[in-house]
Design a protein around this ligand. Structure first.
Ligand code: ATP
Ligand code: MG
Length: 195
């Protein structure tokens, strides 16, 4: 079984926090690959500043040349909102030779109890958890059934968020060194997040 990490996110835009988290998870859990899974965004949530195609292209740009990273577009291709349980079920059916791990920052880890069919999801995958500055580091409060399914990975704490990057763009400030240079060039060329 090839151990494979799945990193879900809006990636609006992808930034160094995502890339460091994915690589830290890969090292900690000895993953052969990590697949980035851009989400389609629910109608009732704040809409992304970039389209699904642009968010996918930014992920592709960020991971170009890294042999063990790839982008998995099944959520973007599916109609409507995707739930992680549906994505995992689909990928497990399509790739019976792989063992999947779901990678989450601390904010997402803390929300796990509210995820759709979380008990079934936790039977299907383990979660690799990264700390995130400003998020409570208290996995102990999560339900007992989740505890054996949580693996921790360490990364240099990075207080970067896509929200902050979009805010900087609106204010005309620099996002250099927060995203890969090629992603910064893409954002500037397309004029993303200017208003
Ligand atoms: P937004 O501000 O738009 O919510 P974000 O920076 O939180 O964007 P997401 O696409 O929402 O990025 O996050 C995808 C995944 O990456 C989540 O599991 C999140 O916890 C994790 N993540 C994002 N930024 C970091 C970071 N700086 N450190 C650790 N994990 C992170
Ligand atoms: Mg987020």
């Amino acid at each position: 079984m090839r151990r494979t990490g799945l990193m879900g996110g809006t990636f609006d835009p992808i930034h160094l926090g995502h890339l460091l988290a994915a690589d830290a998870a890969r090292e900690a859990a000895n993953l052969a690959e990590v697949w980035f899974v851009p989400t389609s965004v629910p109608a009732h949530k704040p809409q992304p500043g970039a389209s699904g195609a642009e968010r996918r292209e930014m992920v592709e740009t960020a991971i170009r040349g890294i042999p063990y990273f790839r982008v998995e577009t099944s959520e973007l291709n599916r109609e409507g909102v995707s739930y992680t349980i549906d994505t995992v079920t689909e990928l497990q059916n399509a790739h019976p030779d792989r063992e999947f791990y779901w990678i989450v920052g601390a904010d997402m880890r803390n929300s796990l109890p509210t995820w759709r069919r979380i008990e079934e999801l936790a039977r299907r995958v383990s979660f690799i958890c990264l700390e995130r500055p400003g998020e409570p580091d208290d996995a102990a409060v999560l339900p007992a059934f989740l505890q054996p399914k949580l693996l921790r990975a360490a990364m240099p704490p990075i207080g970067i968020s896509s929200t902050d990057i979009r805010g900087r763009r609106r204010e005309g400030r620099s996002i250099r060194f927060m995203v890969p240079e090629a992603v910064r060039e893409y954002i500037e060329r397309k004029g993303l997040y200017e208003s």
